[in-house]
Design a protein around this ligand. Sequence first.
Ligand SMILES: NC(=O)c1ccc[n+]([C@@H]2O[C@H](COP(=O)([O-])OP(=O)(O)OC[C@H]3O[C@@H](n4cnc5c(N)ncnc54)[C@H](OP(=O)(O)O)[C@@H]3O)[C@@H](O)[C@H]2O)c1
Length: 289
Amino acid sequence: MKIAVSGAGGFLGWNICRVAIEQDHDIIGIIRNNSMQLDTCVTEQCDLTDHDAVEKLIERIRPDSFIHCAAASDPNFCQQNQPLAEKINVQSPTYLAQLCARKSIAFSFTSTDLVFDGTSAPYDERANVNPLSVYGKQKAAAEQAILKENSSALICRMPLMYGAVPQGVKRFLQQWIDQLQSGKALSLFTDEFRTPVSAADAALGLLMFTGSVHGILHLGGKERISRYDFGLIAAEMLGVSPSLISGCKQSDIKMAAPRPADVSLNSNKAYLLGFSPGSIRSELQKVLL
Ligand SMILES: NC(=O)c1ccc[n+]([C@@H]2O[C@H](COP(=O)([O-])OP(=O)(O)OC[C@H]3O[C@@H](n4cnc5c(N)ncnc54)[C@H](OP(=O)(O)O)[C@@H]3O)[C@@H](O)[C@H]2O)c1
């Protein structure tokens, strides 16, 4: 299948390109600034908020499927840069969904567990959304607009993801590894729960369902865990002392974007369809060891 992946210089998009190449898909990675280090992947540069440029690009590359991972993905950035984040997180995916519907291209959107308020986890696909942050509100607004514009679209709500990253990108796990390996202490939330999944498994899920499943689908992992307990597992696997990890509460750290307490996902629908994410330990092993 010929698949265009936006945000291909970012964390998830890059992982999707890696996995898709292994599956012998014909991949076009769409990047903005960050250049990808995937020799076998064709890349195209495009600012996806420029709708004319997007239409010309799609017309030229004509993919069978478009997986949209480009986003303003940092909730604190979105909280402080609302108009720009709105263009990237709402207007751009809405336009893409409409364009893909017009051109009969399968469209998959990556949303987030942060569309929920964290008070009644675990959340399945029928649960009411009630985002706390600007980022969560923008993703929820994009979901609604996409489904209105494109009834065949797939909306995958992603949980917290961890795994290998492209050069120049850092995610929470890489920051933890750097700190722990240099003997520095980490203070992690004991009262924030997610159902993390490795980016490699998330990529497998998105590739499995793009073009074949429509509507909303949760792609969470099978374990509900706090950041603190996740950190303890990482420390143990890195062979560093667990005493480097201490617990703190969400309320101890001031951040621009409000954070829900427990946005664990119920992903049984995806599991029944064949999505089978590995355990945190087995997936961490692939990244850490
Ligand atoms: N990471 C997680 O744990 C997590 C959890 C839940 C949901 N998600 C969702 O999963 C998706 C992927 O997240 P991620 O962690 O991979 O994000 P990321 O690493 O921040 O990557 C986002 C990518 O989007 C690109 N981008 C931003 N604005 C653009 C524009 N105007 N035109 C073209 N490209 C643009 C960025 O390009 P540059 O490289 O040029 O900046 C970046 O490569 C997002 O939809 C995010 O909301 C992520």
